[in-house]
Design a protein around this ligand. Structure first.
Ligand code: GLN
Length: 549
């Protein structure tokens, strides 16, 4: 039988519930327990796949093709275990299920209501992963206590607290203790109010985790305990950390895992084994070199839009004992004229995924610069498609080369819609999504990177490399080094005559974890380090050491 930990948030959003949940899960996992985390989001979209990155950050894709909240990325990066559709549920999905059941006649004769029908559906989803062999299921509730839209979720937790044995279900409330500079004081009142609000909704927290800029004094901990009706040992300090990867260790010092284990009456656990985690942190904290990597994208104002890419750089940087300084370059403002000035100081270039025509010409100009200057290049999804278009235009001289996504009328559609995508009109969940196999050509850079011929990576796109152009492109020096074994779709391209030029149709960043950094990222940073070492630091613009194509 699984036990359940619910994580609610109070006072404000963005306190890092996902990181606290993932850190607690990491500690419990390190103690030998089988743990999973799920997220319930209170918005009406059936999944975040239809949300603009400006609204909700990156859309994280699981192996089974679910488009999910970016917190699932944190769960995977911390735990190194895959999540699935069951790990992310929205209000939209709950209502869709209940309404579909109503149409099928599942509730014939009854009035369908929020309580019990919606709350029953929420509860059954909350308990679902508990039937899959986990010892502990951590459930993060999106939103802030007091929001109208989170009410049914809190009500479901209230009911579960009564339904499940006392020691099988606890609630952890994450809150903010603001520091008032003028008064030089930490203030507990907002926390008192948010716990009160949660209690009014019928749920009493067992543990209170306090986000704070200053250390909590014993006196303050006692005060919070007294006013919020928890034991002092259940008041946990979560001070601001230099990196999210320090948080599990900070939570271990605060004994968050032990208090949860005690309340859940779990006695069979080991001393936590965090050897690999600590090795990673040491490398992260004491890098021996530094590289500047340009991230070329159109959502760069919002860092959450590229969350998994940025985290994959952190993992790959640590592996290389190298600090990765990410330089954001807005693709819309890159032109043939200013590209050398904008990219001249970089040691590597990553052209990001994306949708639509905005900024694509800037991306193409950036790819051209990287190709011609031997600058390590890594293109992901749209970034790979741009590399193919640039090559077709400037090496094969197909001046109209384009993707039909941006120019439906092009007569040189080197990137085109797959046949089965041409009929698709609905937008939600209809892209090529989730894990697909890829076979790698021996002797290629991709093969040296992955050190195997068979891989599986996650996808989220509609357009593809058009195989009509494959032989022409390969003959000119761009190799399809990875292809789908079933349908021949091109998954990886690389340049024969370049130190590191790789484009992938899939999203490798989604599978990078602390304990298993993604190999393309690791090798890209290694190539950037070599590039950086190969030019004279006195030159303002980096001089290529290899002949350009
Ligand atoms: N817009 C492109 C497509 O749908 C690329 C998508 C992406 O970068 N994830 O194929």
């Amino acid at each position: 039988m699984a036990k359940y930990i619910f994580v609610t948030g109070g006072v404000t959003s963005s306190l890092g519930k996902g990181i606290i949940a993932a850190s607690l899960a990491k500690l419990l996992q390190a103690r030998g327990l089988k743990v999973t985390i799920q997220k319930f989001d209170p918005y009406i979209n059936v999944d975040p796949g239809t949300l603009n990155p400006y609204e909700h950050g990156e859309c994280y894709v699981t192996d089974d093709g679910a488009e999910t909240d970016l917190d699932l990325g944190h769960y995977e990066r911390f735990l190194s275990t895959p999540t699935s559709q069951a790990n992310n549920v929205t209000t939209g999905r709950i209502y869709q299920t209940v309404i579909n059941k109503e149409r099928e006649g599942a509730y014939l004769g009854k009035t369908v209501q929020v309580v019990p029908h919606i709350t029953d559906e929420i509860k059954s989803r909350m308990l679902l992963l508990g039937e899959k062999g986990f010892d502990i299921v951590i459930t993060e509730l999106g939103g802030t206590v007091g929001d109208i839209e989170s009410l049914p979720f809190i009500e479901a937790v209230r009911q579960l607290q009564w339904q499940l044995p006392d020691e099988d279900c606890i609630v952890l409330h994450l809150t903010l203790i603001p520091y008032l500079k003028a008064a030089k004081e930490l203030k507990t009142k907002p926390t008192q109010h948010s716990v009160k609000m949660l209690s009014q909704e019928g749920v009493h927290p067992d543990v209170i985790v306090c986000r704070t800029e200053e250390a909590l004094t014993p006196e303050l901990r006692r005060k919070i305990a007294l006013f919020c009706n928890v034991k002092t040992e259940a008041v946990i300090e979560a001070a601001d950390a230099p990196t999210i990867y320090e948080v599990p260790l900070a939570m271990m010092r605060e004994k968050l895992d032990l208090i949860c284990l005690k309340k859940l009456n779990i006695t069979d656990y080991q001393e936590p084994d965090l050897t690999k985690w600590k090795e990673f942190l040491d490398k992260l904290k004491y890098p021996k070199s530094k590289v500047n990597i340009g991230l070329i994208g159109k959502y760069i104002e919002l860092q959450d839009a590229y969350k998994s890419i940025l985290e994959a750089f952190v993992h790959a940087g640590a592996m290389n004992e190298c600090k990765v300084n990410v330089v954001n370059v807005h693709s819309e403002f890159i032109t043939e004229e200013n590209v050398a000035e904008k990219l001249g100081d970089l040691d590597g270039l990553l052209v990001a995924p994306g949708f639509g025509h905005r900024g694509v010409e800037g991306k193409i100009a950036a790819v051209k610069y990287a190709r011609e200057h031997g600058l390590p290049f890594f293109g992901i999804c749209l970034g790979m498609q741009m590399a193919v278009i640039e090559f077709a235009r400037n090496v094969l001289n197909l001046k109209n080369a384009h993707s039909t996504e941006m120019n439906p009328d092009t007569n040189e559609a080197v990137i085109d819609l797959m046949e089965d995508q041409k009929k698709v009109t609905a937008k939600g969940g209809t892209m090529r999504l989730g894990a697909y196999p890829c076979t790698i050509k021996p002797g290629t850079l991709a093969h040296r990177i992955y050190e195997t011929e068979n891989i599986s990576e996650r996808h989220r796109h509609r357009w593809e490399f058009n195989n009509k152009y494959l032989s022409q492109i390969e003959a000119a020096g761009m190799i399809a080094s990875g292809r789908n074994p079933e349908n021949g779709l091109v998954e990886i391209i690389e340049l024969a005559n370049h130190p590191f030029f790789v484009g992938v149709q899939y999203h490798p960043e989604l599978k990078s974890t602390v304990e298993h950094p993604q190999p393309i990222f690791v090798n890209f940073i290694k190539a950037a380090k070599e590039f950086s070492a190969s030019y004279s630091t006195t030159n303002l613009t980096k001089v290529p050491q290899v002949p350009s194509l």
